[in-house]
Design a protein around this ligand. Structure first.
Ligand SMILES: Nc1ncnc2c1ncn2[C@@H]1O[C@H](COP(=O)(O)OP(=O)(O)OP(=O)(O)O)[C@@H](O)[C@H]1O
Length: 225
């Protein structure tokens, strides 16, 4: 479970301060599929980066699966991140010199998983996104939609509590975007918690709950159906 309470984030540029998040409270339960929407500059990525333990906040409290991460140091935070969170980015973030299998294995290398277990888990994850037969190919040899499916496979391998996806369809055309959303829905039906930032309403509709952020505050939080 994600429990964020009264989170405030201030960016300081020289003497200028900007409150990107203003007293945001949010609870996300295991198994939810959430879309975070809002205009450009409203604070969506800032919120997601904090929930993903990538960024710090200035006041408030944040508990992830019962662990209060508010005062953790960078090392502790990195461990929580690697164990509890799977990442999917707009630009896929695959390493071009590694083949698809090696890309999917990466989070397990950081987690110290042995070679055989790494291989087997990565192949299973590739099977989930229907890309096993491409496993020896490089990212440059497959399409954008396939690259995002590899990134989703990679996000799954450490069995994270939640997948955090920042504009996962931002670089994909609409037919391919829908394919990617169907994969998220299937994973969610298997019990995976998903938090996705998007500015596209058609994409947000695939979630069960839509949270709208404006000027650093949550202005609505409602069921998508
Ligand atoms: N590192 C930073 N330093 C200073 N200001 C920042 C920084 N990162 C974000 N901001 C500001 O904080 C506000 C929120 O930014 P954020 O990226 O969270 O918005 P967003 O809703 O994700 O926008 P977009 O849809 O354009 O990605 C913006 O006004 C932005 O300019």
């Amino acid at each position: 479970m994600i429990e964020a309470e009264n989170i405030t984030k201030v960016y300081k540029t020289g003497a200028v301060e900007y409150k990107a998040l203003d007293n945001v409270s949010l609870t996300i339960k295991r198994g939810e599929f959430i879309a975070i929407m809002g205009p450009s500059g409203s604070g969506k990525s800032t919120l997601m980066n904090i929930l993903a333990c990538l960024d710090r906040f200035d006041s408030g409290r944040y508990k992830l699966n019962g662990k209060d991460i508010t005062f953790m140091n960078d090392n502790q935070l990195a461990k929580i991140r690697n164990k509890e969170i799977g990442f999917v980015f707009q630009n896929f973030n695959l390493l071009p010199k590694l083949n698809l299998l090696e890309n999917v294995e990466l989070p397990m290398i950081y987690a110290g998983v042995g070679k055989k277990a790494r291989h087997d888990t990565a192949m299973k994850a590739l099977e989930k996104v229907k890309l096993t037969k491409w496993y020896k190919h490089k990212p440059s040899e497959i399409s954008g939609g396939q690259r995002q499916r590899v990134a989703i496979a990679r996000s799954l391998v450490n069995k994270p509590f939640v997948i955090m996806a920042d504009e996962p369809t931002g670089n994909l055309d609409s037919a391919v975007s829908i394919e990617v959303m169907h994969i998220f829905q299937e994973l969610n039906e298997d019990g995976v918690t998903i938090v996705m930032v998007t500015h596209e309403e058609d994409i947000a509709r695939f979630a069960q709950r839509i949270i709208t952020v404006k000027d650093g505050r949550i202005v609505s939080d409602e069921s998508a159906n």
